[in-house]
Design a protein around this ligand. Structure first.
Ligand SMILES: [Fe+2]
Ligand SMILES: [Fe+2]
Length: 333
């Protein structure tokens, strides 16, 4: 048995902790997520095709979008494709142990309700960005659709091993990462004069921010109940690094380096960078009070050491990371 395993780091124990969070998660559905009747919807930001001025509105949308640099459009397309692979994320979350042990989509369990309500909110993100990009005339939509198809076809592996602790750390990280991407894209859209797109990105970022808050609060509670297990899970997840959800978008296709191209662009234009990765680690380490938790067991104390120095390590790595000079733009018309 590995050292990390003999200090109570067992899936069984984690499942017990997860079930203790059920009520908290149930409350989060009511208090952090939004009722379908009150939520914004994609049509709030798009031309109403039933109105007589629909084509004028599309023309205005296209005029605004015409001012956005190719790099920003490419990065936006990549973000949209990432959102559109929601079926994979929904599947992933429901495969995490303890989320739906009954295998019943209509279970009254807080986790099952959360999983559905979260998916329903996320579903609007890809929908809105897809429609906006389609109407903008800036994207080669067939190529975009092919990439979405391939990404869902390929799936993804966040390497959290079905472990709910690691999965909640992953989602806490990832919701913040997507929030950062959408916020930064919104700023670039604003700068380019497309105030509607800026508002779209800001609104989606607002959703990601609520989701982030919820997942982080679940993890904070786990740290309170089982600091040793939580610390080890955080270490495990970070040693494996946080895999980007759309990493397999090009695998097996005619452009296997598609994801690398996309992430080179987000790095170059500052939508999501190595510094952001380091800053998110720093944020989570501070939020979960990693450096000051006391009374940890041996392996968890070692994990604490590792995690305490981690963000500065990634900061230094990001400082050394070269911004790519040459970037290839995919999916453009
Ligand atoms: Fe999203
Ligand atoms: Fe999200």
């Amino acid at each position: 048995m590995k050292e990390s395993e003999d200090i109570n780091y067992t899936l069984e124990k984690n499942l017990e902790v997860i079930s203790q969070l059920n009520e908290m998660v149930d409350d989060a559905v009511d208090n952090i997520l939004v009722d379908p009747d009150e939520c914004w919807q994609p049509t709030d930001f798009l031309p109403d095709m039933a109105e007589s001025d629909a084509f004028d509105e599309i023309r205005k949308l296209q005029e605004r979008a015409a001012g956005i640099p190719d790099t920003v459009i490419t990065s936006l397309i990549g973000n949209m494709i990432t959102e559109e692979a929601l079926p994979s994320y929904q599947t992933y979350f429901n495969l995490v142990e303890g989320i739906n042990p009954e295998g019943n989509l209509l279970s009254p369990s807080g986790w099952v309700k959360w999983s559905k309500a979260w998916t329903a909110e996320e579903n609007r993100h890809g929908d809105l960005l897809n429609k906006y990009l389609y109407l903008s005339g800036r994207a080669d939509m067939r190529k975009v659709e092919q990439t979405i198809h391939r990404l869902i076809y390929n799936g993804f592996d966040p390497k959290s091993e079905k472990d709910p602790f690691q999965a909640i750390i992953y989602t806490s990280f990832q919701e913040r990462a997507t929030k950062v991407s959408h916020v930064n894209t919104g700023k670039l859209a604003d700068k380019a004069g497309d105030h509607v797109l800026a508002r779209i990105c800001k609104t989606i970022a607002g959703d990601e921010s609520r989701h982030e808050r919820a997942y982080k609060s679940f993890m904070s509670r786990i740290f309170e109940i089982d600091p040793n297990g939580a610390m080890l899970a955080f270490e495990k997840m970070m040693r494996k690094q946080i895999v980007m959800p759309a990493v397999l978008m090009g695998k097996g296709g005619d452009n296997p380096t598609l994801f690398d191209q996309f992430s080179a662009i987000t790095q170059k234009i500052g939508v999501y960078t190595g510094w952001d990765y380091a800053r998110i680690i720093d944020h989570l380490v501070k939020l979960w009070k990693i450096e000051t938790i006391t009374g940890l067991d041996g392996a968890a104390a070692k994990a604490q050491d590792y995690l305490s120095g981690l963000s500065s390590r990634y900061m230094r790595l990001a400082d050394r990371m070269k911004t790519p000079d040459e970037i290839s733009l995919a999916w453009l018309k």
